[in-house]
Design a protein around this ligand. Structure first.
Ligand SMILES: Cc1cc2nc3c(=O)[nH]c(=O)nc-3n(C[C@H](O)[C@H](O)[C@H](O)COP(=O)(O)OP(=O)(O)OC[C@H]3O[C@@H](n4cnc5c(N)ncnc54)[C@H](O)[C@@H]3O)c2cc1C
Length: 379
């Protein structure tokens, strides 16, 4: 069975790898961009053409407030799959993928609703996950880099949450999927979807691409913001809009606090992500397009506010050098929850794996499992 995947961000690449283990599938992944790569170290400012290339890779699973239903099931499935996926990829490609296993530390402020956290700690305990509530003394002892002023009252520590380098992960997934027989066509745009007779037939049997027509039995649309135009062609427009994020990489001569304990620190929607050797990612802004337009004007002052917030949390960051800053667009579904993992309405063989908004890296493994199940159940 011929399966085409439109889009090779973290979502398309994870689906490709997951499907490569299903016997009898002939998989082709198409992306209009060149193969994923790390940013050029000499570039001080860039705009990422994909959402994945801009992401911080923070996996807010156990520490998220999603406690039940689909939102939690997807998070849990992803956290569990990551524990097997990373060693699997490492053994195929022969190198490890940068992953921070020291957890996520969410700072608490005077207005914090601790009752809510206590009830989440209980829920997670029943679900088999740990969360710890730290007072300010515990916080200062474990993380002396955190400002000891009274505006930070403690923290929630989630030891089982992770952070993964999204570009390294995507490169690894492509390499491992290739190893298992998946074909990748980079620099090839999916232009359209061919339906034998759109009035009567609700299936797609080929796609038009910038490199010619390709016959397919299944099409998986994992094209992030590029998904909307493809669905529009099938008269089933799925509205996904951009939300801009800016972030930066800082460099210190020494790591913050205890070099042996470097969790991701988060507060007021600002993440401080340790990369090792005194480098940190700080971000990201959340910038919506104005009502009147789909374009989002760049606002450097918002990135400056994020940096100031990070310095308020960890004053030593004030001495850091900025290595580079960047921006990217998150694919956010309009008027429906993220992500969209479903059949395209009315079509038997077009699947949507898109609109992951702020959690595409977190939810890619669960998305890939769901897509695999949809395909297997139809075989
Ligand atoms: C600043 C920032 C920080 C973030 N931090 C996090 C985080 O900490 N944790 C987290 O989980 N998520 C985070 N995200 C969100 C995450 O990046 C996205 O949810 C995720 O990358 C979406 O992946 P994707 O594969 O669906 O989309 P993309 O990465 O955008 O990939 C879609 C691909 O489809 C291709 N494409 C589009 N149209 C076509 C076409 N017609 N033909 C061929 N190819 C096409 C594009 O070229 C692109 O490569 C962040 C995002 C930003 C911007």
């Amino acid at each position: 069975m011929k399966v085409a995947i439109a889009g090779c961000g973290v979502v398309g690449a994870t689906i490709a790898y997951e499907l490569s283990q299903v016997p009898g599938l002939n998989i082709t992944v198409l992306d209009q961009l060149p193969p994923p790569k790390f940013p050029d170290v000499a570039v001080t400012q860039f705009v990422s053409p994909s959402s994945t290339g801009a992401a911080l890779g923070v996996l807010m699973g156990v520490i998220s407030h999603k406690a039940k239903g689909k939102a939690w099931k997807l998070r849990q499935a992803s956290l569990q799959r990551y524990e097997t996926l990373l060693p699997e990829l490492t053994s195929i490609i022969g190198r490890s993928i940068p992953c921070n296993r020291q957890g996520i530390l969410s700072l608490c402020f005077p207005s914090e609703n601790l009752d809510k956290w206590e009830s989440l700690v209980e829920i997670r305990r029943h679900q088999g996950w740990n969360l710890e509530i730290w007072d300010s003394h515990q916080l200062q002892t474990r993380c002396p880099q955190i400002s000891n002023n009274t505006s930070i009252t403690g923290a929630i520590y989630s030891p089982q949450d992770r952070q993964i380098n999204p570009t390294a992960l995507t490169i690894a997934l492509v390499e491992a999927a290739k190893h298992k027989g998946v074909e990748f066509k980079f620099g090839v745009e999916v232009l359209g979807v061919v339906s034998p007779s759109p009035e009567i037939s609700q299936s797609c049997n080929a796609i038009e691409t910038s490199a010619g027509r390709i016959a397919v039995d299944y099409l998986i649309i994992a094209a992030g913001l590029g998904s909307s135009p493809l669905t529009a062609q099938l008269n089933q427009f799925v509205d996904i809009r951009p939300v801009l994020g800016q972030a930066l990489q800082l460099r210190l001569t020494n790591p913050l606090g205890n070099p042996e304990f470097q969790p991701v620190i988060t507060g007021n929607d600002v993440n401080i992500v340790p990369l090792g050797n005194g480098d940190y990612w700080v971000g990201a802004t959340v910038e919506f397009p104005p009502e009147s337009s789909k374009e989002i004007p760049s606002q450097p002052e918002l990135l400056q506010t994020v940096l100031e917030q990070a310095i308020a949390f960890c004053p030593a960051l004030a001495t850091a050098t900025t290595i580079h800053s960047w921006s990217g667009l998150r694919p956010r579904p309009q008027s429906r929850p993220a992500p969209i993992i479903d059949r395209l309405p009315g079509f038997t063989n077009v699947l949507l794996a898109t609109g992951h908004y702020r959690n595409g890296v977190l939810l890619a493994p669960a998305t890939a499992i769901a897509i695999r199940e949809m395909i297997i159940s139809n075989q």
